[in-house]
Design a protein around this ligand. Structure first.
Ligand code: DX5
Ligand code: ZN
Length: 229
């Protein structure tokens, strides 16, 4: 799988969500849906009922990013509802291995998220249990924050770990991803790019998605980790 872009609808107009999703249809690989519970993060967005309605209204696969406490209890329902990818935060999970298996069993790709200060090496043994590692490049909770370039070595380390074990692991970056920062992420090893304000702040969101994808593809082609095969 090559470069993928997952626009975050956190920066869209919540009163017109289905229309906003339609604006990136055909360009976006995924729709990134940020679920926040005002406990794991200091913000509140939407939950399972809205995700269920969205799933019925859109054809683009849905990538749920759960910034919630007790994902062990809540995350599998998002997979059962039909989300193509469900990401929980490892800092919030009690039993991340069991949870990843539950998500996969329910038919979704299992993602595991790391806050900016959470090291990846501590979770190296878990990587075969997941399909995607989310490396947060801002503190989770809000769109429109500044990219934390201190996290870039962790993207690189995650890709090293995946390559060392010959894992087909997607590495997603989320937070402050834009035309200014996407290349450094792709070069380090990311291949799934979440962008909220850089997409929905643009006059033409679909064109913004295509432009970000093209930039990332160019950076990946000349990166240390891309074999070129
Ligand atoms: C933040 C969310 C992000 C957010 C990204 O906690 O997880 O998905 O929407 O927004 P931008 O791209 O504006 O930083
Ligand atoms: Zn997110």
């Amino acid at each position: 799988m090559g470069v993928q872009v997952s626009p975050s609808i956190l920066s869209a107009d919540f009163a017109r969500l289905a229309d906003e999703c339609q604006r990136v249809a055909g360009a976006a690989d995924w729709l990134h849906v940020d679920v926040m519970d005002n406990h794991f993060v200091p913000n509140l967005t939407l939950g399972l009922p809205v995700v269920e309605s969205l799933l019925a209204a859109v054809t683009t696969p849905v990538d749920c990013h759960l910034m919630i406490e007790d994902p062990d209890r809540w995350a599998p329902a998002y997979a059962e509802a039909g989300a193509g990818s469900v990401t929980f935060h490892v800092e919030a999970a009690t039993a991340p291995i069991t949870l990843a298996r539950d998500i996969r069993r329910a038919g979704a790709r299992a993602g595991m998220g790391l806050r900016p200060a959470t090291p990846v090496d501590a979770y190296a043994d878990l990587l075969p249990e997941i399909d995607m590692l989310l490396v947060m490049t801002v503190e989770p909770g809000f769109g429109g924050q500044r990219f934390l370039d201190v996290v870039v070595p962790k993207i690189r380390r995650a890709r090293e770990l995946a390559k060392g074990r010959d894992l087909d692991l997607w590495i997603q970056v989320d937070g402050g991803v834009s035309a200014e920062t996407i290349e450094v992420c792709a070069d380090a090893g990311a291949d799934v790019f979440v962008a909220g304000s850089a997409v929905y702040g643009a006059d033409d969101p679909a064109a913004a998605v295509r432009s970000l994808a093209a930039q990332a593809e160019r950076a990946t082609a000349s990166s240390w980790w891309c074999t070129g095969s």
